[in-house]
Design a binder for this molecule. Structure first.
Ligand SMILES: [Mn+2]
Length: 320
């Protein structure tokens, strides 16, 4: 199979240079938009979340008012910590062919980026986009711990016969031998999980923290479940955050995590561990506030991981 060419974004993330094919440029940090995943029967395709990659990129000037300006989250200018080669790989199209073929193309591109040692940021799409990324992590040949931020558990083995939909990414992760464990935070209310999925996650050894537990005890107990120095993949479902701050989601659930809880956690993980990749999924631009706050928070979460990973105490600092 020939490597799929991606579509250039309307505006690149932070105005980074664009590449539309693997290995077109030297790459230390890659950003990739994944609008598509395997749809459930009866769900719209493409869905609203498919618009999120370009909607988030469009807010680059809002979530970073100049890369040479002092960033108080990072305690430095973003430009002073970023490595030389940050590349926006545009959006992976799914124009024809089966979902199997599309997923293989996504996995192939991500595997080439990870194989070359890049740190990878993914803009979804719905939570199904995490699944081909989990497959691609095999190329690292190292155990990977998952940090999952979401209102929902996402442990369904299948829904309506679909195994790779947005209700299944963490179940999928649990079946991969290169995924060594997971920490799931922000759970509350109800979602696709039933008693059997909750018990399966516990049986696997997933460390689950409800949003209430984090409001009560803070992020330190979460951090303690993530092994020092581990390779970590972070998957953020936008509905893990509280909809009062992050309204642009399809499944708003009250009592969620706040940015001021998430940002220090993301920075701490990026220093304690090597965050090999991160996705932000389930942003639904049609439901966002008129000031695009959901997209701005999505961008700020990525900048916190990026800045902390490559900054003074970060796991990538020696590779600049
Ligand atoms: Mn989810």
């Amino acid at each position: 199979m020939n490597m799929q060419t991606t579509q250039a974004p309307v505006r690149p993330f932070l105005n980074w240079p664009i590449a539309t094919v693997a290995r077109a440029r030297p790459t230390q940090v890659a950003l990739l938009g994944l609008p598509h995943s395997e749809p459930y029967p009866g769900n719209p395709h493409p869905n609203d979340q498919a618009r999120a990659p370009d909607a988030i990129r469009w807010q680059s000037g809002q979530f970073c008012d100049g890369q040479e300006h002092w960033d108080f989250d990072l305690g430095a200018e973003l430009s002073s910590v970023l490595p030389a080669h940050c590349v926006d790989f545009g959006n992976m199209p799914w124009t024809n062919g089966s979902y199997d073929e599309h997923a293989l193309q996504v996995t192939e591109l991500l595997a080439s980026l990870w194989g070359d040692g890049a740190q990878v940021f993914i803009l979804g799409g719905d939570h199904g986009v995490t699944i081909p990324a989990l497959d691609a992590l095999a190329v690292l040949q190292t155990p990977v711990h998952i940090l999952h931020i979401d209102a929902h558990l996402d442990w369904r083995a299948e829904v309506s016969g679909v195994r790779r939909g947005y209700s299944s990414p963490l179940r999928w992760a649990s079946e991969k031998p290169w995924i060594c464990g997971m920490t799931q935070i922000g759970m509350r209310g109800t979602g696709s999980a039933r008693r059997e999925e909750f018990l399966a996650a516990q049986e696997y050894g997933s460390r689950i923290f409800t949003a209430e537990q984090i409001h009560a005890c803070g992020i330190e107990p979460v951090l303690a479940t993530i092994p020092q120095g581990a390779a970590v993949y972070i998957t953020v479902d936008a509905d893990g955050l509280d909809p009062s701050g992050m309204p642009g989601v399809l499944a708003p659930s009250p009592g969620g995590l706040r940015f001021e809880q998430i940002a220090p956690l993301l920075r701490a993980v990026s220093q304690k561990c090597k965050v090999v990749g991160m996705d932000v999924v389930e942003v639904a631009p049609s439901f966002d506030a008129s000031n695009a706050m959901t997209c701005i928070i999505a961008g700020r979460m990525i900048l916190n991981v990026l800045g902390a990973s490559w900054g003074n105490a970060g796991a990538y600092r020696d590779r600049k």
